[in-house]
Design a binder for this molecule. Sequence first.
Ligand SMILES: C[S@@+](CC[C@H](N)C(=O)[O-])C[C@H]1O[C@@H](n2cnc3c(N)ncnc32)[C@H](O)[C@@H]1O
Length: 219
Amino acid sequence: MKATRHMKHLASSEFEAWAESYDRSLLNHFLFRPSYLAFIEEIVRWRGLDGEPFELLDIGCGTGTLAAMLMASSLPVRVVGLDYAESMAVVASRKAAGAHAADRARFTRADSEHLPFADGSFDVVTCSNSFHHYPHQQLCVNEMRRVLRPGGRLMLIDGFRDNVIGWVTFDLIIGAVEKEVHHASWSQFHTYFQEAGFQNIHRRKINILFPLLMTIGTA
Ligand SMILES: C[S@@+](CC[C@H](N)C(=O)[O-])C[C@H]1O[C@@H](n2cnc3c(N)ncnc32)[C@H](O)[C@@H]1O
């Protein structure tokens, strides 16, 4: 219990302080932006550009850049972004308002362990570069499954730590900088998704400067 509180406290103090300068970080080029592009590519491949309107929940949304990119695309999507750090949700809301997208994108402060939504509220749940901060990872995947409609998809991206470059980057370097974090392995992700009741689970490695792992499952 103490470890849980400490892990959340560390994440909260890191990201509350980072929100205003987050979009200028070099990590945006190397890690975050490639993740958003991978999500959009998957969504377009799955639903096409002119299919039925759909609702997407982005967990650990940071400053709402994925929502901004979706709003600028021609995808017929409404987005809810959720983040544990209040200041991230504030910056994200400001960005959506500035892009005149506030009617299609809204942001809230909440914990990925307790999603404040009814069962079956969304068609897609995304989560990028955030999952390693969650102390109860299985519980979070269960929650993501709960809020998806039947046939909806969870798309989750986090550091790929199953080769030498990934292990050094995520387990050693990011682990030392961010302290209490846990990057799940390729096989752990499969188990989390299976335990939560997802079908058609598939994973792919995204090869950029630092490798990422995307896991997708169908509810
Ligand atoms: C590195 S940022 C990633 C933001 C964005 N998804 C991206 O790929 O750029 C991690 C985000 O996860 C959020 N976060 C950490 N723990 C969380 C939790 N328990 N519930 C919801 N969000 C959390 C942080 O506040 C932070 O905004």
